[in-house]
Design a protein around this ligand. Structure first.
Ligand code: VGL
Ligand code: ZN
Length: 196
């Protein structure tokens, strides 16, 4: 269990039906366990006065991110669709911010930044400003998927100078290639985050 206080934010990454529900288009094995464990962290975070923020993949119907449009992934996380909704079993902290990413055709793996598909430049999502405004120094990360959005969010978090912890039991990997999840954890550790 991570420690939570007013200078800590829990970032719950992409616990959306498409990743977390067995009927979702990009269902991640182990999602149910990750949700249960995430809910425990949410309760503790709220008790400790920490900010809880939820990220959501929020793609247009056509984007180079999707296989149908030349990318790798089945259609998922389409803005406003059932698949993009947060999973019903996930505890939702009242008034908690939701950070939507991957609109405008960017991959949007990280909750902190996305690459503008036209200029190619890396731009911040509103999460960075949100955390800075609240004086957040520590970031705890849970959610889906270990080898994509959790990893990129954790790497950005470290890069931005937040003391970063990833809760191993509250994440799960896509594993397009066997071992991707393990390699992601190694990269997260390498970047300076703690895996708990
Ligand atoms: C994700 C693949 C494609 C994720 C998002 O949330 O980890 N993975 N888009
Ligand atoms: Zn996506």
């Amino acid at each position: 269990m991570a420690d939570y206080d007013g200078r800590t934010a829990l970032v719950v990454v992409d616990v959306q039906n498409d990743f977390a529900h067995p009927d979702g288009s990009l269902y991640v094995d182990g999602a149910a366990g990750a949700i249960a464990r995430t809910n425990e962290e949410i309760a503790r975070a709220l008790e400790g006065g920490a900010l809880v923020a939820y990220s959501q993949d929020w793609h247009p119907e056509h984007t180079p991110h999707f296989a149908q449009d030349g990318g790798v992934w089945p259609v998922h996380g389409v803005a406003g669709s059932w698949g993009a909704e947060l999973h019903a079993d996930l505890a939702i902290a009242e008034g908690a911010p939701r950070v939507r990413k991957g609109a405008d055709g960017s991959d949007g793996y990280s909750a902190f930044s996305q690459r503008d598909p036209r200029s190619g430049e890396q731009e911040a999502t509103e999460l960075q400003a949100l955390l800075h405004d609240r004086g957040v120094e520590r970031v705890v990360i849970t959610g889906l998927a270990t080898d994509y959005c959790v990893k990129e969010t954790a790497l950005d978090s470290c890069r931005l100078g937040f003391a970063t912890t990833v809760i191993a039991e509250a994440i799960s990997a896509v594993n397009l290639e066997p071992g991707d999840g393990e390699r992601a954890l190694a990269a997260i550790r390498e970047a300076g985050a703690t895996i708990e």
